[in-house]
Design a binder for this molecule. Structure first.
Ligand SMILES: [Zn+2]
Length: 96
């Protein structure tokens, strides 16, 4: 996990197993949590940098880019059988 590449499904599954294992000690849990925090911070920083590059390339303000993202999310088609945005009501099973 220290090479800062995205976690694979196997690694995620391994982490889940270690967290669920009663033999995993508190310092080991702490180490897992700190590693995940570092990874998360790395990928958020990376995403922010790409976002800023895109914004500058398009000559957009921060508000304009935020609006573009909001519009894109609001009009994104949901997986079937949900018919959003063709119908205004989202019927996705995990919708809050
Ligand atoms: Zn939906």
């Amino acid at each position: 996990m220290t090479d800062q590449s995205p976690l694979t499904h196997e690694q995620i599954s391994d982490i889940r197993n270690r967290l669920a294992d009663p033999k995993t000690s508190a310092p080991q849990l702490r180490e897992i949590a700190l590693q995940l925090l570092a990874d998360s911070n790395h990928w958020y920083t990376e995403a922010d940098s790409w976002r800023e590059s895109y914004r500058l390339a398009k000559g957009m303000s921060d508000d304009e880019l935020n609006a573009l993202i909001a519009i894109s999310e609001a009009t994104l088609m949901h997986p079937r059988p949900c018919r959003f945005p063709d119908t205004p009501d989202c019927t996705c099973p995990d919708a809050a």
